[in-house]
Design a protein around this ligand. Structure first.
Ligand code: ME8
Length: 516
């Protein structure tokens, strides 16, 4: 068992509005990864939070007649509440308006300014800016429509011209290519890696990293009138979260460089080009890996306020329960690809996998134990080939899930567990323990034991995905906290014969599709 610490982060969201299911999805997937690592026995630090500066916040606040601070306070609280509603196991929640983050951002700025005879210099920025993306664009990346220009995201761009500080990104082209070469796992999925390599090979321009036309940002050290470009401070959250600028702190030494930044595919350039370049410039170790997940649509359509199809993640949890909501995204969406949400798909998936498969197996085997074995874990006799095949298959499924989780292929991991549960249902049906009750009670005891131990072994990895329900299942099997580890799930027959069990309670209710 490895005890290497593991530091994982989500992107920090703009609190210019309430969270939507895209935000929920990212939290859920990252939480599954964090919980899995804890099951492996690793010490995990998991950071999420809100990205509160920038012109987008200024403009949204103005439109609502509030200050950027009021807007940030209101919505940041909603993101925090979302993490709670989704049972997210984050260790900290960072807000970029916090004092610790101002200090950290100014410290990294100074280090960048001091390196290589100055990676930061003053000049004038003239070019296109997309407020919605908080990003600069070259003319040739834009499309024209009705006399207006649009970024690849579809957001309108505006022309800006102002004296700003620049970061000498052009000096990092080869260093970045060397990084991608020497660390082939730096960018996942693989297609994204290829896109980024060709982007960097195409040449990098110096990046404007301060703004002078508004003041809602972190002041640039010793440069009155300049606030940092929001992405400089946003990316820095990942080191602030582990104690930067105190590089000698226990947290920083233990957890930096981050093992994994989980982000959406729209912000991969910021994380795999700008961020490692900033870190190299500041003389700070570069993160190990960035995984870019896909985008969610709703009933096949892009989510948008004008279409009125934005799904409120709080309502989702309210209607279906937190574990059903979590499970749907973790199983249905292939992690790294785009995915689609619909209420009907959620109901079908959750009923098939959680209620009919896992829930059914647990309830049937535990009820039989309750009625026919004195409510105690039965004592197994000699194993048949069928028993052994079942036991082996569970071990293989857990190994397959582990392999998938090593690469963040969360949907494959859940798939492997559910496939083993299907086999276990077939095993149970095929062995007919209810018939053995009269003909061969000892054999019945063995079948019930093998089944209940299978439920134990497969419920443990499910703790990463449906933590509340899987814990309730393990409670019903009398599994102690210390035995809820992946290594215990890999070992068969750890269920203690003769242990008294509580009356089983159904853990996964079948969902009904509510009328619109
Ligand atoms: O980008 N489906 O914030 P953000 C899936 N503040 N994921 C989605 C999504 C969708 N429909 N919409 C957004 C920012 N996301 C910056 C990040 S990190 C230093 C700064 C994802 O609120 C998006 O890809 O626009 C990103 O990873 C996260 O939600 C926050 O998006």
């Amino acid at each position: 068992m490895t005890t290497k610490p593991f530091y994982v982060t989500t992107a920090i969201s703009y609190p210019n509005g309430a969270p939507h299911i895209g935000h929920a999805y990212e939290m859920i997937a990252t939480d599954a990864i964090a919980r899995w690592k804890r099951l492996e026995g690793r010490e995990v630090y998991f950071l999420t939070g809100t990205d509160e500066h920038g012109i987008k916040m200024v403009q949204t606040a103005a439109a609502q007649g509030v200050t950027p601070r009021e807007l940030a306070d209101r919505n940041s609280a909603e993101f925090r509440r979302l993490a709670e509603a989704l049972n997210i196991s984050n260790d900290d929640f960072i807000r970029t308006t916090e004092q610790r983050h101002h200090q950290s951002s100014q410290a990294i700025w100074k280090k960048m300014a001091a390196s290589n005879n100055g990676d930061i210099f003053q000049s004038t920025y003239k070019g296109w800016y997309s407020v919605r993306d908080e990003a600069y664009f070259d003319e040739d990346e834009l499309t024209d429509k009705d006399g207006k220009k649009f970024a690849p995201s579809g957001a309108e761009v505006t022309w800006v011209e102002e004296p700003t500080y620049f970061f000498r990104l052009s000096a990092y082209q080869q260093k970045l290519l060397d990084l991608y070469e020497s660390n082939p796992d730096f960018i996942a999925p693989k297609e994204r890696r290829n896109e980024i390599i060709s982007f960097v090979k195409g040449g990098l321009q110096d990046l404007s990293i301060s703004r002078t036309t508004f003041d809602w940002g972190i002041p640039v050290p010793d440069a009155p009138g300049h606030v940092m470009y929001v992405w400089v401070d946003a990316l820095t959250n990942y080191i602030t979260g582990v104690g930067f600028p105190d590089e000698a702190s226990e947290l920083f030494r233990k957890f930096w460089p981050a093992d994994l930044h989980v982000i959406g595919k729209d912000i991969i350039r910021f994380h795999t080009v700008y961020w490692p370049a900033f870190l190299m410039s500041a003389g700070i170790a570069v993160q190990h890996r960035v995984f870019a997940h896909g985008f969610l649509t709703v009933n096949g359509q892009k989510m948008s306020k004008s279409l009125g199809n934005v799904i409120d993640p709080f309502e989702l949890v309210e209607e279906f329960g937190v574990d059903a909501a979590r499970y749907f995204f973790l199983r249905e969406v292939s992690f790294g690809n785009d995915g689609d949400y619909s209420h009907d798909k959620l109901v079908l998936r959750v009923n098939a996998d959680l209620a009919n498969n896992l829930g059914n197996l647990a309830q049937r085997s535990l009820s039989m134990i309750n009625k026919n074995c004195d409510a105690k874990v039965p004592q197994p006799g000699p194993l048949t080939d069928a028993d052994q095949a079942m036991i082996d298959e569970v071990g293989q499924a857990i190994d397959a899930a582990q392999k998938a989780m090593d690469e963040q292929l969360v949907h494959e991991a859940t798939g492997a567990i559910i496939a083993a549960l299907s086999s276990a249902n077939n095993y149970f049906a095929g062995q007919e323990p209810w018939a053995l009750k009269k003909t061969d009670p000892e054999r019945m005891a063995t079948v019930l034991y093998v089944t209940a131990d299978t439920v134990r072994r497969l419920a443990i990895p499910m703790l990463a995905f449906v933590p509340g329900s899987a814990a309730r299942l393990l409670d019903q099997l009398g599994i102690e906290e210390a035995d809820r580890t992946l290594s215990a799930s890999k070992e068969p027959a750890r269920l203690k014969p003769m242990l008294a069990l509580p009356v089983p309670q159904g853990v996964f209710a079948r969902l009904e599709r509510k009328a619109e």
